[in-house]
Design a protein around this ligand. Structure first.
Ligand code: MN
Length: 491
């Protein structure tokens, strides 16, 4: 289900103490706030005012409804007046949807002339939200707290970004990943506990034989291939006249898509070591599937495939781009240092700076025919790279802030798509921090999703989160990882 089909429920806290008139005003204002927030254009999903909660039963009832309503992706609460929190305990304890506490107030400024005891009774969010915050803390709830005036664009945008992270939770909980073959032999970081991942993140990760894919490829008609070639032509330039090779990629793409859609899978992995019966490693095929929103992971890396799908889902409707990525090589000049990211073939053209070219080159490894692939440069701008690793007993999500640049050289003989970036806080410290945390060589690179959203997502999924920022030092990171190890052993 698409991001746009989800809604979030606005639930306001109050109590009977102040009389019906105050409760009527609270309800009317809550409805007005929701209307304005929806009209702001800063929320990716519809916000729905559900009720003003005054009793334990009302709270329990609305949480039960939220849990069972498939289109509800989260609950956003706010206390216009004081709302004693013991009445929220039974309800909130059972909430299984993402939860955000919006600590705001209806009025922006204190009205000098108007303020009297009636005003004070009606507008008590400053302490109502603290009572509400206590019970969230006391119950150890994984919650987002956003404070500020509800009409501020920055507050609205943060709420919108959190909605996308919450949608990432909903998407994750129903995500299916198709593995074509196993992981690349002997590689450690692409392994992981698929039972733990399903219990924690909801992913259904299963394998399908490459032979089934080959069989499906044989069932693809020439006219289906013609149609996909026309689609390629509308989006990419043909820089090769080896149409047999390009048509073979189209056949691979159509077959993979058919199998993915038949099973409801939104992510897939494959490996160059298991292409039994296939003439080419899917390159262009995987790249175009990523552009359509499917997650991909090379060398059987189903974790990064799933994360790519999730970040793509969270960024639905945004245009910066999100891709499977791999750190390939460094530029370690004295005056300026960069990472060069690429892959054997599979970088998503959603991050391209210019119109991608379809080229055909030998692969250099493996024993298959030269595959067609898209070649392009990634665009400049702030981004993140994300890696999910299995620490044994827990999952760790590592996120690094980066700044992508226009590649500082043309690299005319490099036959793959490439993105160049500056790692935070600087390349050497960034590498040391990444390696200290155990981050993989495979990542998801996104220009659309920010670290705060990944932190929100990790909190909601109850997994460890490590953020490498401009302020990171290796000493502080080591300290954090040490404490984190202890914490997660106790959990
Ligand atoms: Mn790789």
């Amino acid at each position: 289900m698409s991001l746009k089909n989800y809604e979030f429920w606005f639930v306001v806290g109050s109590q009977f103490l102040y009389g019906q008139e105050v409760l009527d005003t609270v309800a009317a204002r809550a409805a007005q706030m929701v209307e304005e927030l929806n009209a702001s254009g800063n929320l990716p999903c519809r916000l729905v005012y559900k009720c003003t909660v005054k009793t334990n039963d009302e709270c329990t009832d609305i949480v039960r409804q939220a849990n069972y309503e498939p289109t509800c992706a989260g609950v956003i609460t706010w206390c216009h007046t004081f709302s004693p929190s013991k009445m929220w305990i039974n309800g909130l304890s059972n909430l299984s949807k993402p939860y955000c506490h919006l600590a705001t107030q209806y009025h922006r400024e204190i009205p000098n002339e108007e303020i009297d005891m009636d005003f004070m009774n009606l507008n008590q969010a400053a302490h109502g939200d603290r009572e509400h915050g206590f019970i969230g803390a006391r119950l150890r709830m994984p919650r987002k707290v956003i404070a500020g005036h509800w009409q501020d664009e920055s507050v609205q945008k943060r709420l919108g970004r959190w909605m996308r992270a919450a949608y990432g939770v909903m998407f994750s909980r129903s995500l299916k990943v198709m593995r074509f073959g196993d992981n690349m032999r002997e590689v450690a970081v692409t392994e992981g506990d698929k039972v733990e991942v399903q219990a924690k993140l909801g992913w259904q990760v299963n394998t399908w034989p490459v032979g089934k894919l080959v069989e499906t490829m044989q069932s693809i008609s020439e006219s289906e291939i013609d149609a996909l070639i026309a689609t390629y032509g509308s989006q990419y330039d043909f820089a090769s006249d080896n149409m047999d090779c390009i048509r073979y990629q189209a056949r691979e793409e159509l077959a993979m898509k058919k199998m993915l859609d038949a099973e409801g899978c939104k992510a897939f992995s494959n490996t160059f070591q298991d292409l039994y019966g296939m003439k080419q490693l899917p390159g262009l095929a995987s790249q175009h599937l990523m552009q359509l929103g499917y997650g991909y992971g090379g060398e059987g890396d189903w974790k990064v495939a799933a994360m790519t799908a999730i970040l793509k889902a969270m960024s639905e409707g945004q245009t910066g781009g999100t891709t499977f990525m791999e750190d390939y090589t460094y530029h370690l000049a004295n005056d300026a240092q960069y990472s060069l990211g690429a892959h054997m073939l599979e970088v998503c053209p959603s991050v391209a700076n210019d119109r991608p070219r379809i080229e055909v080159h030998p692969l250099g490894i493996g024993d298959r025919e030269p595959p067609a692939r898209l070649v392009f440069e990634g665009h400049s701008g702030p981004a993140i790279v994300v890696s999910l690793i299995d620490m044994g007993g827990r999952l760790r999500l590592i996120c690094q802030d980066i700044n992508c640049v226009d590649p500082i050289m043309p690299m005319p003989n490099l036959p793959v798509a490439r993105v160049m970036w500056q790692a935070k806080p600087d390349l050497a410290t960034g590498i040391e921090a990444w390696i200290t945390a155990g981050g993989a060589h495979h990542t998801v690179l996104s220009y659309d999703i920010c670290a705060e959203q990944m932190r929100d997502w990790a909190r909601m999924m109850d997994i460890e989160f490590v953020h490498i920022t401009d302020d990171t030092t290796v000493a502080s990171l080591e300290h954090d990882l040490f404490l984190s190890d202890l914490t997660w052993k106790l959990k």
